[in-house]
Ligand binder design. Structure first.
Ligand code: ATP
Ligand code: MG
Length: 379
């Protein structure tokens, strides 16, 4: 790649074109094309960056099909998608079709420059590891329902089965606390692993993992929340692809938002443990998430509902949850405040404690079942 980036903005409006015109060291072309002109244009202009603007009237399906074709024909070209709409469905569709960057409008200069910097640093060679390990995301749209507790304990339990190896990725890039639950003091984080470019280097990635006594390796949250901007959805994809090539199990502790990095991880996962508790707000939120997952084409097998903090005094019973969500819980975990608080304060995960509490036993059983659930592909 020469120092001058050649950039083509397709179907951008005046505002988008102006933003890209401000780029330093870039040779910009703009074009308005619908239909067959794409192939010819791309053949004539060897590009570093293709920017595809999805305007409100665009036929999304054919735009995605063209992006997919461009990705296949020009694998070294970086594809940006710009759009005024940033629905999770659109972000997923853009990433599945092969776009590396999704910029929502109005495009911020800072975000654009960062995306272009990542492109500049992109390594040409891709590491062709194929995914073999299981990728398990623990997710909830509501905070405080036990996502981190589940992810950490599942990670430790899976690390202790068979191969003695598992990885945990803390995707809470702003305020992750997995390291605290494991009483670890990581020297490196996911940001260090993503420093060199969009294609994460395997050796670098492995050197950024923090080992835990259980056999679990943690890819920790950044020490400074501001650094989280340096991690793109493409980085997350690359990190998870590499880790599943190395570890038999990779567990992801997810933040409670739908954004490109989260959507990338959810889409790649073989299992999503959608975590909830038996309260009306949490169940309402879980119902919306289940609906969205269905619309995204995630299978019933992929999405597993875990109800945490279940107790006899709950007003809402499990069978009512099944009826409300039209989804039978895969697992229920008992409420045990003392055990959970003890684990937090000692930095000893529930499943590693000498005297196992009811919740620890249940977590171990759950991990055992999760490890035996058949791998049914990515979706
Ligand atoms: N089964 C349980 N019984 C009692 N307390 C629990 C249980 N599971 C988790 N907790 C407690 O609930 C609180 C929230 O748990 P946790 O941090 O794992 O949730 P989270 O969804 O990751 O929250 P955040 O929004 O901070 O990411 C913690 O204090 C944890 O110890
Ligand atoms: Mg958490």
């Amino acid at each position: 790649m020469s120092d001058q980036l050649s950039v083509l903005v397709l179907n951008g409006d005046a505002e988008t074109n102006q933003q890209f015109e401000k780029l330093q060291d870039a040779q910009l072309t703009t074009a308005n094309l619908n239909g067959d002109g794409w192939n010819e244009t791309l053949r004539r202009h060897p590009l570093d960056i293709l920017v595809v603007e999805l305007n409100p009237k665009a036929d999304i399906a054919s735009s995605m099909a063209r992006i997919e074709r461009a990705r296949a024909d020009y694998p070294e070209m970086t594809i940006f998608v710009t759009s005024a709409t940033k629905s999770p469905e659109l972000i997923i569709a853009a990433m599945r079709s092969g776009a590396q960057e999704f910029l929502s409008k109005p495009i911020s200069e800072g975000e654009l420059n960062q995306a272009v910097d990542r492109c500049r640093r992109r390594k040409e060679a891709t590491n062709g590891r194929s995914q073999s390990g299981r990728l398990i995301s623990v997710f909830s749209k509501t905070g405080g329902v036990g996502v981190t507790t589940l992810a950490v304990n599942l990670g430790v339990a899976l690390a202790q089965t068979g191969s003695n190896r598992a990885a945990l990725v803390d995707l809470n890039l702003q305020h992750g606390d997995a390291s605290s639950l494991l009483d670890l003091h990581p020297r490196y984080s996911i940001v260090d692993a993503c420093e060199a470019g969009d294609q994460v280097d395997t050796d670098k990635l492995q050197s950024c993992m923090t080992p835990h006594g259980s056999g679990l390796s943690l890819l920790a949250e950044p020490a400074h929340p501001a650094a989280s901007d340096e991690v793109s959805a493409h980085h997350v994809h690359s990190v998870l692809q590499q880790l599943t090539g190395i570890y038999p199990y990779v567990v992801v502790d997810m933040p409670h938002v739908f954004e490109p990095r989260v959507m990338a991880a959810l889409d790649m996962s073989s299992t999503i443990l959608l975590t909830t508790v038996a309260t009306i707000p949490a169940l309402r939120s879980a119902r919306k998430v289940l609906q969205l997952f269905k619309e995204l084409g995630f299978s019933h097998e992929k999405v597993k509902l875990v109800v945490n903090r279940v107790s006899r005094v709950d007003r809402i019973e499990t069978k009512e949850i099944t009826r409300t969500l039209d989804h039978e819980p895969f697992w229920t975990l008992p409420n045990n405040y003392l055990a959970a608080a003890d684990a937090l304060n000692t930095g000893q995960p529930l499943v590693s404690q000498k005297r196992l509490s009811n919740v620890a036993k249940s977590l171990l059983d759950m991990a055992d079942v999760v490890s035996r659930v058949g791998v049914t592909g990515r979706r």
